[in-house]
Ligand binder design. Structure first.
Ligand SMILES: *Cc1c(COP(=O)(O)O)cnc(C)c1O
Length: 499
């Protein structure tokens, strides 16, 4: 028997949430400080008169409780991983254990300044050094930099290193091969680093073949940029053979490692012929992400690329750690200061807390959960690649075509069931794609609830397509014209006109 689908929507707030200015009532106040028993200093004695305001027009006056409620309710107008299931494919929206937040906010980490002398930063430098080693060990690489601030930043760092390497060889190659399943940041990073992009098509099984690489790999191609597992959630099973072909022509293998969550402690890109890889700490290693917050995209390389890593590097000598700028071949600095250190601390804390066995179990559960969802929804939704998947699975809206219901309708309707939609219309190789990544942190009950909601929506497509096409119905905002909303955002609610 299937579970009843939850219809309580965490977004289901009153549509009449007033502006804080409208809730104001003259004379209300949050706190009442005691009467001072010392002589009062007037603001005019402390602040230059030109900088003093007479009063603040319409300043809201509310009790503490009303203020708390107002902002708490506003904070709930969004869906997040702490409120609901969030199967956003390729983004690895796993739960972030709060202990990582506690560790990162310890004074010894949070109150450091990057200009402090090395002697006062020994603990932080040691943590960075150990984190580099942990990531190298996990991926089978020889050296790691933690400087890049996001996955795409790591890709760019990698491409700049590849360019520097070929320049040094006296052979500045110009092309990078990228599969049609790649994330959009891949070609962008190549172009920014001055390369042109050659597209290679995946086959009917969703992976690239040695034959297709053989046909286009030449002596002007610097690298193949491959995501493994790829964005269809499929393992590029020919990678060893493909990397031999590329290496034989003097090229390098770059791996977009954003999907590492599928292979932790099971297989290592470095053992598959990968020369350079970026990690997304904010995906695989459990750091809150979304909303444009800080990320971290470390890059691992084989030893022959180590001289090109960004500087400063961390040096360990006689059990002392220091920032080392003496790397003449380095691609230089990528950013102000050294890294998003707080994110590195969260990733480090996560790895140390669950350990090697825990990491392996993480990937096993991530893969199991994705396959569970895939098998349960097969038949209700079209499955373009009916194969065992890794950490995510892709459906399309083909079965809903005849009812004039599409992927966007399905995604919007999920919001009514209190679930964040999966990634939609990506990867581009699947028309009307729904890319579902449940992650390992979700319980069977949560997966079953999602499966039931998806089945219900498949049923509604036949019986009540109008409800789907006008969803969501339980949120404070209904279906927006997305093109218009992006080009002409209305950020202020105009109560007078009601628009
Ligand atoms: C998320 C992702 C990226 C980009 O990472 P950002 O941190 O968002 O810059 C690149 N490739 C893949 C496959 C991804 O999923």
């Amino acid at each position: 028997m299937s579970n009843p689908v939850s219809t309580t929507n965490p977004c289901n707030l009153s549509k009449e949430e007033k502006l804080i200015f409208e809730k104001s009532s003259h004379g209300r106040t949050g706190t009442l400080p005691p009467i001072a028993d010392i002589e009062e200093t007037r603001p005019e004695d402390l602040i230059p008169p030109a900088m003093l305001r007479e009063d603040i027009e319409g300043f809201p006056e509310l009790s503490e409780l009303d203020t708390v409620r107002h902002f708490t309710r506003l904070s709930q107008l969004n869906l997040g991983i702490d409120t609901a299931f969030y199967p956003l494919g390729s983004c690895t929206m796993k739960y972030n254990p709060k202990v990582n937040e506690d560790i990162a906010s310890l004074d010894g980490f949070a109150r450091l300044h990057p200009y402090q002398p090395d002697e006062l930063n020994q603990g932080a430098l040691q943590l960075i050094h150990e984190m580099e080693w942990l990531l190298a060990e996990l991926s089978g690489m020889d050296a790691v930099t933690l400087h890049p601030a996001a996955g795409a930043h790591g890709e760019l760092a990698g491409m700049l290193m590849i360019a520097a390497y070929f320049r040094e060889m006296g052979n500045p190659r110009k092309k990078i091969i990228i599969p049609d399943t790649a994330h959009g940041t891949n070609p962008a990073s190549c172009m920014l680093a001055g390369f042109s992009v050659i597209l290679v098509r995946s086959d009917d099984n969703g992976v690239i073949t040695p034959e297709s690489i053989n046909a286009i790999m030449d002596e002007d191609t610097a690298a193949l940029m491959l995501t493994n597992p790829n964005t269809l959630g499929l393992f590029e099973k020919h990678i060893k053979e493909i990397s031999d072909i590329v290496h034989n022509k003097g090229g390098l293998i770059y791996c977009d490692g954003a999907n590492l969550n599928a292979i932790l402690g099971i297989s290592r890109p470095g053992d598959m012929g990968v020369d350079i890889i970026q990690f997304n700490l904010h995906k695989t290693f459990s750091t809150p992400h979304g909303g444009g917050g800080p990320g971290s995209g470390p890059v691992g390389v084989k030893s022959f690329l180590e001289p090109y890593l960004p500087k400063p590097r961390i040096k360990k000598k006689d059990r002392r750690f220091s920032l080392d700028y003496n790397h003449p071949k380095s691609i230089g600095r990528l950013r102000a200061f050294h890294m998003n250190f707080g994110i590195v601390v969260r990733g480090y804390s996560y790895i140390r807390a669950i350990g090697g066995e825990g990491l392996k179990r993480t990937s096993e559960m991530a893969v199991l959960n994705a396959n569970y969802v895939k098998e349960a929804l097969k038949g209700h939704y079209h499955l373009p690649y009916d194969l065992p998947c890794m950490h995510e699975c892709v459906f399309s809206d083909i079965l809903q075509y005849e009812y004039n219901v599409n992927t966007l309708d399905i995604a919007k309707r999920l919001i009514d069931y209190g679930i964040h939609p999966p990634t939609i219309y990506f990867p581009l190789v699947v028309k009307g794609a729904l890319l579902v990544e449940p992650t390992e942190t979700e319980s069977k009950e949560t997966l079953d609830n999602f499966i039931d909601a998806m089945k219900k929506i498949a049923f509604e497509s036949k019986k009540d397509p109008d409800t789907l096409r006008s969803s969501p119905h339980t949120t404070s905002m209904g279906r927006l014209n997305e093109a218009k909303a992006a080009r002409n955002p209305v950020l202020r609610w105009k109560r007078e006109t009601g628009k």
